[in-house]
Design a protein around this ligand. Sequence first.
Ligand SMILES: [Zn+2]
Length: 210
Amino acid sequence: MSAPEAGSKTERDAAGATLAAEAARFAGLGWMRGTSGNLSVVLGREPLRLAVTASGLDKGELAHDDLVVVDGMGTPIDAEASTPPRRPSAEAGLHARVVALTGAGAVFHVHTVSAVLAGKRWPDGIELRDLEMLKGIGHAAHDETVVIPVIANSQDMTELGDRLEAALVEGVPAVVVASHGLYVWGKDARQARHHVEIVEWLLSYRIAEG
Ligand SMILES: [Zn+2]
């Protein structure tokens, strides 16, 4: 059986189901309170097509068509495909930029307390070392310092994207946005979810450690 064509209805529905399941999980953990945060998965790369959770909806209650497909600029290309039409988050453009920069297959953005606290305490980057959990984001459990970068918040997605690009650390699939939350990515939705869980654990630990 061949894979569905990028952007086909079958693939769109499958992506929507994945996004809804992942969002419900994060909402259950308290990481997507209210309508906050947004998740995306790549549907195609040339040209870039990204399925992004729709804006303004309770992330614990998304249905399989509560998504928008956007292009490499975060501009919706199929807003009318759902009934009623859905809107993408303003942050969709940043998801697309992360994909272009890192080759990620999924980008997850959540608003966690740990990310905000850590970004405030260590605005120049959050240093971590000698923790078994670092293996979960592809690093050594011993004798390696891993830095999760922190960037200043902005409502201008181009500016925020420029900051993210400048701050990226090779091999670290996460950036903290100060006073805001966390962007994490992976090769697919499953790995992105694992990375969110690991990074959140690392930030919580680091804060508790002081
Ligand atoms: Zn946000």
